[in-house]
Design a protein around this ligand. Sequence first.
Ligand code: TMP
Ligand code: ASP
Length: 244
Amino acid sequence: MEDQQVSTMEKTEFLYEGKAKKIYRTPDPGLYLVEYKDDATAFDGLKKGTIAGKGVVNNLVSAHLFQLLERHGVPTHFVELVSDREMVVRAVRIIALEIVVRNITAGSLAKRLGLEEGLVLDQPVVETYYKSDELHDPLINNDHIRLLNLAAPEEVEAMRAAALVVNEVLKEYLAGRGIDLVDFKLEFGRTLDDGRLVLADEISPDTCRLWDRDTKKKLDKDRFRRDLGGVEEAYAEIMRRLIR
Ligand code: TMP
Ligand code: ASP
């Protein structure tokens, strides 16, 4: 896949490197540039690898889904695509919480509650995790969020409500493309400009469990986490079904 320049927004100063993305300042203090890498990690960075083309897929898929969500009234940090691996976003301070929504049992929910994978839930389950690699992103409740002063109770409620809207929009959209939305993780931030709460980070096969509706084949990062093979092909398949 060729990296194609579609805008002229420049990177100025390098700001931060995460496990899958790099963040740069731009000439506008209210905007950051995000560069998506092919680096992949699992188990809080213990397992490291590369997924060829992942940065392109995650950038383009995230842009596509953020735009879809904006059209459904969910405010996001997304501003514009710059290239196949880069997007401009509103500068935010990320809230150290991961909001997970689940429609089908899998992963840590199946393990924690002793359930088999693949059970369809009557209602979505929403969970909050404390974003801390050192502590291995522990599951936390509203009292813990208050104790750590991570977000105000109204913000937690707003994030939970937004996450449920995101779930409805994405579930229906993906169903139309033959994909079951098993679960996903969201992160929110407060804009540096005016402190508005917006959906941030990414929405991609790194942060969602996506199963083929008919075969139940995993089309997401679990192929990397569990050494299932066909990782690049799964990411390419998601991009093909969603965008091209
Ligand atoms: P879990 O079942 O391992 O708790 O994962 C729930 C969802 O969150 C799944 O869609 C994958 C996503 N996720 C992340 O985006 N980042 C992470 O670090 C982890 C552990 C999960
Ligand atoms: N965020 C995880 C890590 O710390 C990766 C994952 O399981 O998605 O490496």
